[in-house]
Design a protein around this ligand. Structure first.
Ligand code: PLP
Length: 430
């Protein structure tokens, strides 16, 4: 479209014409859509004519969200799903289907570690974990004939460690494997991974995209550049009945959809089969949230930076994790990928023991004790007990998730009020 990000956040993917001229995207609370006549019905079912049939596969409100986020990420298409974990699971399964392996770091969100390390193996998809995804030699040493993809979070939670996407994408592509990234923490406002070579981008829209802690959702965005016919991905080249043409001839996803093979497979196989569909109401809330994404995130980044700096001088705080703060090894990565800041998440280590951490959590008055991020409200949590509970101890410790770590997600309250609240909670805990 050529418009600036903030313009696209308000307008992309929606046309008032054909929607009763409604200026705000309407909620299409309809399970099914009239096929009109038998010819159109068959064409819709065969996927040779665009349109809506049944909301498990596509819905006009959800479609507007998909188009808008695809535009904001610079992808060729997107599929919205019922949660961030549905987006992560579908993307990993779609790449790893049929005995594939995925390389991933141990500092992923807890449920993603559990999926890759414990649950997806039950479906024949296995993981090769590394502690540092930016250690390209180690990553390359793990690439074998069954490797299908590298998966990483662009900014890890709660350490805020940054993935060096560009060389990782180049390495993946040299070996014919895809780079899938979870861009939840920064949101597309702070980082557009496709511009640095990522092939598939997933989000928990529950977080910064929706921005108000009021709707669970997820999305998968396809850059449309990866060659799924390079011999590693039989699922895209095998003819299938579900996408047979009007004459009943089976087609393959790559043959039928070309550059859209991956995102079409997500919709036609994964969404249709597993049914983890995003509701039109949640899509509407996400669309409303997106309208203020640039304003919200830039203010949250400014406040998070102030708080991170203040915490470095606060008694009992022994370390602050906020990439780009000070002269850390991640400083150059922050400057390269995140000129607008790494996001609203930060974490810090305190001295003392679990009891001190408990008193800090219970002593804050403004911060909500909540296992979420990216809300308009500021949130506090102890990852070891809540968000990273399912991560094996050695992975957890390598990711810096120790007993005395506290994570903050900074909201839209006044920075001075938040700092005062944290300082009184920390001082009162000792
Ligand atoms: N990815 C990241 C980085 C997350 O932090 C989360 C949730 O905290 C998820 C995925 C899962 O998202 P959801 O809770 O929407 O399923």
């Amino acid at each position: 479209m050529g418009y600036d990000f903030s313009t696209q956040a308000i307008h992309a993917g929606y046309d008032r014409k054909g929607n009763a001229d409604a200026s705000s995207v309407p909620i299409y609370a309809s399970a099914a859509f009239d096929l009109e006549d038998s010819g159109r019905g068959q064409a819709l079912a065969a996927g040779v004519e665009p349109g809506f049939e049944y909301s498990r596969v596509a819905n006009p409100t959800v479609d507007a969200l998909e188009r808008r986020i695809a535009a904001l990420e610079g992808g060729i298409g997107a599929v919205a799903v019922s949660s961030g974990m549905a987006a992560v699971s579908f993307a990993l399964m779609c790449a790893g289907e049929g005995g594939g392996r995925i390389i991933a770091p141990t500092n992923l969100y807890g449920a993603s570690v559990d999926a890759l390390g414990d649950f997806l193996p039950q479906f024949g998809i296995h993981a090769d974990f590394v502690h540092d995804i930016n250690d390209l030699a180690e990553v390359e040493s793990l690439i074998g004939p069954d490797t299908r993809a590298i998966f990483a979070e662009t900014v890890a939670n709660p350490s805020t460690a940054i993935t060096d996407i560009e060389p990782l994408a180049a390495l993946a592509h040299r070996h014919g494997i895809a780079l899938i990234v979870d861009n939840t923490v920064p949101t597309p406002y702070l980082l557009r991974p496709i511009e640095f070579g990522a092939d598939i981008v997933v989000h928990s829209t529950t977080k910064g995209i929706t921005g108000h802690g009021n709707a669970i959702g997820g999305i998968i965005v396809d850059a449309g550049r990866f060659d799924w016919t390079n011999g590693r991905f039989a699922q895209f080249t095998r003819p299938e009945q579900v996408i047979a043409d009007l004459d009943g001839n089976r087609r393959s996803f790559a043959g039928a959809f070309g550059e859209q093979a991956f995102i079409k497979r997500i919709r036609i196989k994964y969404l249709r089969t597993f049914g983890a569909v995003q509701s039109p109401f949640n899509a509407y809330l996400s669309l409303i949230g997106l309208e203020t994404l640039p304003e919200r995130v830039s203010r949250q980044v400014a406040t998070a930076t102030l708080i991170a700096e203040r915490l470095t001088h606060t008694p009992h705080v022994v370390k602050v994790n906020y990439s780009g703060l000070g002269d850390t090894p991640q400083y150059a990565l922050a400057a390269k990928y995140f000129p607008r800041g790494v996001g609203q998440i930060l974490s810090f280590l305190v001295d003392g023991d679990r009891e001190n951490v408990r008193r800090i959590l219970d002593g804050t008055k403004l911060f909500s004790y909540v296992p979420n991020i990216g809300d308009a409200r500021s949130l506090i949590v102890d990852p070891v007990n809540i968000t990273h509970r399912e991560v094996p101890t050695d992975y957890r410790i390598a990711a810096g998730v120790t007993d005395n770590l506290i994570r903050l997600s900074i909201g839209l309250e006044d920075a001075g009020d938040l700092i005062a609240d944290l300082e009184q909670a920390i001082a009162g805990a000792y």
